[in-house]
Design a protein around this ligand. Structure first.
Ligand code: AHR
Length: 674
């Protein structure tokens, strides 16, 4: 096959700083990859790769938040899903001749923010009358592990309602973990007494490992008890935090070495209508006093058990920068089921109070324990400030006059009261187009320090746009690529092709790390069977975590990040190729890290030159992420097809490397003397 001379000339001159899109060829190709390893390099963001956590796909309740009971506070409603009621996922239990009923009440709630609770009435005790919950698709239990069970309760009456029962007598109850076959795996006996709401708790240690247990609470005397906040947590949450996060899932996230966490959304932030935005104040304080609410964006329920305190604690536990996002005072343009015309602004007279909520957030996060809001943080267990530095305002808004007016009000207030906070603006939902242009123009007008770009695009887009940020104005706002993903032909799968396209994109983010400060793949989490959006970075069931090829790409860039970019060029490519590379230095370790993406279905033979290094042997780790084909993906319940393989080796400043077809290779080269 002969190539047109123009194309050959292009390929010969190909330099990675401007590497375009070339297509796969059947033959191996060869090129020289030169890294200016002896130069100090260009300072880049040391915090490039982070995560974006949004509660969609059951990412929070039924996901990261380790609560095992579904609808623990009887707040499910048909607003969330048409078949849901406050008693959804609960079942009345009548054991051994027992009889009674289960009802919802709201007359004497634990707290005004938590209005509904269950009233369990026992007519005939038999072997117990109660209620059972199967959690999120069954409660997974591990034999020998301890589980913290708890509930709030008070005695409504003993005997019969309005009768003459002995109300000084407590109501005996049993709390049980049961297997599907009825086998009792663990049990605790407790008593409910008095007319005041009280929290009762027990430690339960199941005798068997099962995936689909249920929690059962049985009452044993004639009478009635009111119940709320029926909860079950594994004692082993991440870092054993009470009201904590699921350990395996959080560990998988921690393994990404994320440098920042953007939360709580996404669309979730501005949600369904102008007054239904995510209000951080509803999410702090004792869990039984938080205001659970519908997840309007994604059609289910938020307990808010994973609230702002837990998000900030999560960041601290990961050693990651917190990047909360607040509404810009407008609803989503698609609110009210409108096709892009439904954006509404908070009435201007309500803006001062709304802005005060944002200022209060900063005091809550950063203020001393003696300040009103800092005191609430301290009361929750964190007297030291969280060190909030970045704040996102708005998400993918249509850049309308209503948006601009409200954004500017918020921004001015923040600049005046908290000039130390870096405000991150928004440039709409796409990589280009009207909102992108207007968003950027507005950012320039206000001299915003940073803006958030989003793009969900075909893998080829990444290859075609490797030069995107090379052309950005260095004097303008910094870029946060807050949401991005390559959506392959088959959107249901996280193919290796999509992962490598993102890897190629990441090499260009690194090269432009002087202006691209943060980048986060989206979305992060998805529970199997409850997924509204594909693809996602990590899939999970009640017991398993499935790492996608895209996850491994993020992990390799997160674990092998640097703070200086070293000029990297490719010359002499014989044929069109889909290659991308970047080299960074990590000042802390002194290591040089070279990343090379081969998106072709054929191997790429490269002569690598680490220019400026003394001709000696250097220790290196080579990590290769590859798979049998570009379509490869990691399936549930199967050993992963695509996962990184590490090899220790020594190398000289000039070496030959054959990059496997469809691969990302990371060389981590130790330069500092041991
Ligand atoms: O990541 C999923 C959604 O995509 C986010 O909520 C939104 O910001 C974007 O449209």
């Amino acid at each position: 096959m002969t190539l047109a001379p123009r194309i050959i000339a292009c390929a010969l001159a190909a330099v990675l700083t401007g590497f375009g899109s070339f297509h796969a060829s059947a033959q191996p190709h060869s090129a020289t990859l030169t890294v200016q390893a002896g130069e100090p390099g260009k300072p880049i963001s040391p915090n490039l790769v982070g995560i974006f956590f949004e509660d969609l796909n059951y990412a929070a309740d039924g996901g990261l938040y380790a609560e095992l009971i579904q609808n623990r506070s009887f707040e499910y409603s048909p607003v969330e899903q048409s078949s849901w009621t406050p008693l959804s996922f609960w079942e009345l239990q009548k054991r051994g001749g027992g009889d009674g009923s289960l009802a919802v009440s709201s007359m004497r709630p634990i707290h005004v923010n938590n209005p509904h609770y269950a009233m369990l009435s026992v007519r005939t005790p038999g072997d117990g009358v109660g209620l059972a919950n199967t959690g999120f698709d069954g409660i997974p239990l591990t034999a020998g592990q301890t589980y913290d069970a708890s509930f709030w309760a008070y005695q409504a009456y003993m005997g019969i309602m309005w009768g003459r029962g002995d109300n000084s007598k407590p109501m005996p109850v049993t709390l049980r973990l049961e297997a599907r076959d009825g086998d009792v795996l663990a049990e605790a006996k407790l008593v409910v007494e008095g007319r005041e709401w009280r929290k009762l708790s027990a430690k339960l240690k199941p005798s068997r490992t099962v995936q689909d247990a249920r929690l059962v609470l049985l009452a044993h005397e004639q009478g009635a008890v009111c119940l709320d906040m029926i909860s079950l947590f594994p004692e082993q949450t991440f870092r054993r935090r009470p009201n904590g996060l699921r350990a395996d899932l959080t560990q998988a996230i921690a393994d990404l070495h994320p440098k920042f966490v953007r939360f709580p959304g996404g669309c979730l932030v501005h949600a369904g209508s102008v007054r239904r935005y995510y209000n951080w104040k509803d999410t702090i304080g004792p869990v039984e006093q938080r205001r659970a609410q519908p997840n309007f964006s994604w059609g289910y329920h938020q307990t808010m058990g994973l609230g702002y305190f837990e998000y900030f604690q999560f960041c601290a536990d990961l050693g990651a920068i917190p990047l909360p996002v607040v509404s810009a005072g407008v609803s989503c343009q698609h609110a009210g089921h409108s096709p892009g015309r439904g954006q509404e602004g908070l009435p201007l007279e309500e803006m001062p109070a709304y802005i005060q909520d944002i200022l209060d957030l900063i005091e809550w996060a950063n203020g001393p324990a003696t300040s009103p809001w800092g005191g609430k943080r301290a009361a929750a267990g964190c007297p030291e400030p969280f060190g909030l530095k970045y704040l996102g305002v708005g998400n993918e808004e249509a850049i309308t006059p209503a948006f601009k007016e409200r954004f500017q009000m918020i921004y001015e207030a923040l600049r005046q009261k908290h000039p130390e906070i870096v405000v991150v603006g928004t440039t709409g939902p796409f990589a280009s187009g009207e909102d992108y242009d207007h968003g950027w123009a507005f950012a320039r007008e206000l001299r915003l320090p940073m803006v958030d770009e989003h793009y969900y695009v075909a893998p080829q887009w990444f290859w075609d746009n490797l030069q995107r940020y090379d052309k950005y104005d260095r004097a303008s706002a910094k870029v946060y690529v807050g949401e991005y993903a390559a959506h392959d032909r088959d959107r249901r799968r996280n193919s290796l092709r999509s992962a490598l396209a993102e890897a190629a994109g990441l090499t260009s983010f690194e090269r432009n790390g002087d202006i691209v400060h943060f980048a986060s793949y989206a979305p992060l989490l998805a529970r199997q069977g409850h997924t509204q959006w594909h693809p996602d970075l990590l899939y999970f069931t009640g017991t398993d975590v499935i790492r996608t090829p895209n996850y491994y790409v993020q992990q390799l860039f997160g674990q092998h990040s640097g703070d200086h970019y070293l000029t990297t060029t490719l010359t002499g490519a014989e044929k069109p190729a889909r290659l991308a590379a970047s080299a960074v230095r990590d000042s802390q370790s002194g290591d040089l890290i070279l990343k090379l993406v081969n998106g072709d279905g054929s191997p790429a033979t490269l002569q690598v030159q680490l220019a400026g290094l003394a001709n000696a042997e250097y220790q290196a780790i080579r990590i290769v992420l590859a798979g049998p084909s570009a379509d490869a993906f990691n399936d549930v319940g199967q050993a992963p097809t695509v996962q990184p393989v590490s090899t220790e080796q020594s190398l000289k400043p000039a070496f030959a490397y054959e990059a496997p077809p469809n691969s990302l290779t990371v060389f981590r080269i130790r330069l500092a003397a041991k």
